[in-house]
Write a protein that binds this ligand. Structure first.
Ligand code: SAM
Length: 279
């Protein structure tokens, strides 16, 4: 095993370090789910409000297994899809940034794997999954039918009722959705999230970066296939953006943000933004 040590890069962004320079090793590691877990054991220690990497695992792997089991009676294609999603994206790392209780909105929830993970990890979370794809909402609703703390809505962020009657969502999560939207739409979504979020809420944004170039190449190829060639993901053009662009967009929409590199051991340049509403 290559050593993996937390470090800050030259821009001060926290990262897991090590494997970016070893693409072949990264791909080999990915062959082994166990290895992938080992590399992803560095978890965000947000419980104490400390924005640093910790070696403690917050969500045990059993949660992912339970979330995947929700799809047991779905067609093989769907089961393969959610399994691949788990293998390719550090979902447990992202889930660790979500508060353990309160109202959570997962925007662009897809088949609902992350919704199930959040809801199963803590029954004190009430999770609303929203997606414009009728087919995905159908699959997601079926997968979560045994969970009392999950609801779904087919639509986009503008279809989510506003916080007029209550204090808003405690957390909003957006995982790999914004790259499907042009910049003006990204900005509008982020502005609406700011309105939907409670004053002390958190926006948890997961994107893919445009660096390093080889990882960007991998994710670009994957998404050209999913969105443009196979049409498995709703969207048209691809609008990937890097850390400077997202940080600026978030600020304009009324958020402060901290960004983490969470891609060690994985071939895609996963980034996690933890965003708080500016006063
Ligand atoms: C790559 S999938 C990610 C699904 C899920 N968030 C995950 O991480 O597994 C992108 C999702 O965004 C949804 N989507 C596309 N345009 C959207 C929009 N304007 N608002 C919300 N979701 C959208 C698609 O239907 C698709 O389910």
């Amino acid at each position: 095993m290559l050593p993996i040590t937390p470090r800050a890069d030259s821009s001060g962004i926290l990262c897991q370090g090590g494997l970016d320079e070893h693409p072949v090793a990264t791909i080999l590691l990915l062959q082994f789910e166990g290895a992938s877990y080992r590399t992803s054991r560095l978890a965000l220690d947000l419980q104490d409000g400390i924005d640093t990497m910790s070696t403690a695992s917050i969500t045990p792997p059993v949660d992912i297994r339970r979330a995947l089991a929700c799809f047991r009676d779905q067609p093989p294609f769907v089961r393969l899809f959610v399994l691949a999603r788990h293998l390719l994206a550090p979902l447990r790392r992202v889930a660790a940034a979500v508060p353990p209780h309160g109202r959570i909105l997962d925007l662009g929830c897809g088949h609902g794997l992350f919704v199930n993970l959040l809801a199963l990890s803590s029954p004190e979370r009430d999770v609303l999954g929203v997606d414009p794809s009728a087919e995905k909402i159908r699959v997601a609703s079926r997968s979560s039918r045994a969970l009392q703390n999950v609801r779904y809505l087919r639509g986009r962020v503008d279809d989510v009722p506003g916080p007029e009657q209550d204090r808003g969502f405690d957390a909003i999560t957006i995982l790999d959705v914004l790259y499907l939207l042009p910049d003006e739409e990204k900005a509008a979504v982020l502005r609406r999230c700011r309105e939907l979020l409670a004053p002390d809420g958190v926006l948890v944004l997961k994107t893919n970066d445009t660096r390093p170039r080889w990882k960007y190449g991998v994710v670009r190829l994957e998404e050209e296939l999913m969105v443009r060639a196979l049409g498995l993901t709703l969207g048209g053009q691809l609008h990937f953006r890097g850390i400077p662009e997202y940080t600026a967009m978030l600020r304009v929409a009324g958020f402060s943000s901290r960004v983490y590199k969470i891609d060690a051991g994985r071939p895609a340049p996963h980034r996690l933004y933890i965003c708080r509403p500016l006063p």
